[in-house]
Design a protein around this ligand. Sequence first.
Ligand SMILES: Nc1ncnc2c1ncn2[C@@H]1O[C@H](COP(=O)(O)OP(=O)(O)OP(=O)(O)O)[C@@H](O)[C@H]1O
Ligand SMILES: [Mg+2]
Length: 259
Amino acid sequence: MNSALLECGGLTMRFDGLVALDGLDVQVGKGETIGLVGPNGSGKTTFFNVVTGLYTPSAGSVRLGDMDLFAKSPQVIGRSGVARTFQRSRLMLDQSVFDNIVAGALSRLDLGLVTSLFCRARWRAELDAMIDNARSLARRFNPAIADKLFQPAGAFTMIDRRRIEICRALIGTPRLLLLDEPSAGMTHDETRQLMDDLLAFRSEMPDLAVILVEHEMDVIRRVSDRCVVLNFGRKIFEGSFDDLIADAEVQTAYLGGDA
Ligand SMILES: Nc1ncnc2c1ncn2[C@@H]1O[C@H](COP(=O)(O)OP(=O)(O)OP(=O)(O)O)[C@@H](O)[C@H]1O
Ligand SMILES: [Mg+2]
């Protein structure tokens, strides 16, 4: 692994009697893509919610580079360079593609009230830069999205909506991107296209670390440098995809004992 970017130690999340994350140790290197898998309810989304500050962990540590992110607010964590997409789409379908994408950059905009009110030229320049930024990001995924930047997001296909969500996560130039089942609800072909996109922007952003939650093993095989498997909030495996497939405990937990 390259120098560790994200380091979680003993991360624990309890909901009343339920232990959703149970002393989880996870490290992600700069530029590394981790495939995070596990059965339904094993804690994958909870892990993302804890790392991004939506849930306050019960115990453990979370560090990004030299920053302590344990129990920090989503705003602080977002500004420190962690971005995500959600398992269930959170696009504002009646708002434009542009509005949806820049929602991911607002926490980084630091113009201040005085500038916004009185320095109109500077405000306009910031806005133009943001439009350019959103457009070139969208173009990387699909030129048709870039050409319709001010159309409502709801007018696009499922795969394009997912691309817009990924653009929203990327607009703030994160260091760590968390993707929660990006191919959910997509056809086989769309999933393959989306993974082509993922591989393409990964090669353009070699320092970006990615954690990908995905049920489709073929996707995990294709894009992961390393795999982590959860079961009942515990890490039961960490290693290469080939070793994952051969691991008896993983087969029992995740593949129902059928290799
Ligand atoms: N806000 C919450 N309150 C209470 N329990 C929760 C909450 N969020 C998650 N859980 C529980 O924590 C456990 C882990 O859920 P989580 O959503 O993290 O699983 P997952 O691995 O993402 O599953 P899936 O593959 O179905 O998306 C489950 O038992 C779930 O019911
Ligand atoms: Mg989930």
